[in-house]
Design a protein around this ligand. Structure first.
Ligand code: AKG
Length: 284
């Protein structure tokens, strides 16, 4: 369970950190699963529907950037995403009816791990209300040196910042971000960050010799329905399932309007879209 202070911090600041939510044995088990999934993958030979490789690579080409949707494809992670201790904490933040929304593992390997630029998750996946969050589980001791998550605190009712250029979605915030307000979230392996979908966040490249692996599982209140985006929502919703309580029969709306992302083209991930945007190739 989260403490009252953690729940209040989540509501007021858009995130809370739970130090060592997972014990060493649980982290060890997750890392073993990741090793099994990663075994033998190279740039030349990998399943691109399951794995995304780092664009910069050492000669053996084995560095993975992301494992897609582990809580859909692998039984261990599926069970993990439904574990009682996690769902109890989610119920405190999202209410009695909770759905899993998507999952991923960001590998941020030593020396090469990619940057994640400032963004708000709901810009990618608009919902009818703001009761959605990502839980980020650090699987390594994580600090500024290996690219810990950084957030800009503020209430979840804040506005969505501009993520577009000339009307085209860039996958990153395009208006000035006051980085002096950024809070680095350092934590030991096993720590969990509960972060609302409206909280601006980013992480630097991993220039250190240490890995920074993070399992990210996103959930939403059952009455936060996706706003349909052609070509995207249907693909995304195959990963949705009820994990506590039941489906909702009423959609709850908290905003009179919400920006709908117009993607420049189909991209594999946030990383690829943000790269296109940096190169000026994301339209607009
Ligand atoms: O891995 C990180 O540091 C942040 C990840 C993130 O924001 C994302 O994958 O959407």
């Amino acid at each position: 369970m989260l403490t009252r202070d953690q729940v209040n911090q989540y509501k007021e600041e858009g995130y809370c950190l739970f130090p060592e939510f997972l014990d060493r044995a649980e982290v060890g088990r997750i890392l073993k699963e990741i090793d099994d999934i990663s075994a033998g993958a190279t740039v030349a030979n990998h399943d691109a529907t399951r794995l995304e490789m780092e664009p910069r690579q050492p000669a053996n080409g084995t560095l993975i950037r992301r494992i897609y949707e582990p809580c859909t494809y692998y039984p261990y992670f599926r069970a993990f995403s439904e574990s009682a201790s996690l769902l109890d904490a989610l119920e405190q933040l999202l209410g009695p009816n909770v759905e899993i929304h998507y999952s991923k593992i960001n590998m941020k390997p030593p020396a090469i791990g990619s940057i994640v630029e400032w963004h708000q998750d709901l810009s990618y996946y608009p919902l009818t209300n703001q009761d959605s969050l990502a839980v980020l589980f650090y699987l390594d001791d994580t600090s500024l040196t290996n690219g810990c998550l950084q957030v800009i605190p503020g209430p979840q009712t804040r506005r969505l910042m501009d993520h577009t250029r000339d009307g085209i979605f860039q996958g990153r915030i395009t208006e000035p971000v006051d980085e002096s307000k950024a809070v680095p979230l350092e934590g030991k392996a096993g720590s969990a960050i509960f972060m609302n979908g409206m909280t601006p966040h980013a992480s630097a490249p991993n220039n250190s010799p240490h890995p920074r692996r993070t399992l990210i599982v996103s959930y939403r209140a059952a009455d936060a329905f996706p706003i349909h985006i052609e070509g995207m929502t249907a693909k995304q919703e195959v990963h949705m399932r009820v994990v506590r309580g039941c489906r909702a029969t009423l959609a709850r709306f908290t905003a009179a309007s919400f920006p709908i992302p117009r993607y420049p083209r189909e991209t594999k991930s946030l990383y690829e879209l943000q790269e296109l945007s940096r190169k000026g190739s994301a339209g607009g």
